[in-house]
Design a protein around this ligand. Structure first.
Ligand code: SF4
Ligand SMILES: [Zn+2]
Length: 120
């Protein structure tokens, strides 16, 4: 697992956003997730781990590759639409990094060798 601060931040952002969504839509609390959101989180973390750009990545929303399979892309987009605006108030520093610093990186840096084997 890539321990670069950019990747740690990315994992943390995904987890927080899925938890916000699950708590409000599926009645879970604390560290708990419903089975469907747990599956989505596992998938998102797996994609991140295999991301060809690693710490050179833009945000997934701005990515030219879009490695998510269609169903998961739809589900994560729904989570982001809901949780994105809430992040600005609840986790302003993380939201700032995600939207302003990472999200405005136009072109991902060259893929990291051996990463990104397509959608799965
Ligand atoms: S390839 Fe693109 S969509 Fe997939 S994890 Fe990397 S940045 Fe996100
Ligand atoms: Zn859920």
């Amino acid at each position: 697992m890539n321990d670069h601060p950019r990747m740690r931040r990315e994992r943390k952002t995904i987890k927080i956003m899925i938890h916000l969504y699950c708590h409000d839509h599926h009645g879970t609390k604390g560290d708990d997730l419903c089975p469907a959101c747990q599956e989505l989180q596992d998938y998102a973390l797996m994609r991140l781990d295999r991301c060809p750009f690693q710490e050179g990545k833009t945000t997934c929303a701005n990515c030219p590759v879009h490695c998510y399979k269609p169903e998961m892309r739809k589900r994560i987009a729904e989570v982001m639409r809901y949780a994105g605006p809430k992040m600005v108030f609840r986790h302003p520093v993380l939201a700032f990094w995600h939207l302003v610093i990472d999200g405005t990186r136009k072109e991902p840096r060259r893929p990291v060798k051996g990463r990104g084997k397509g959608a799965s």
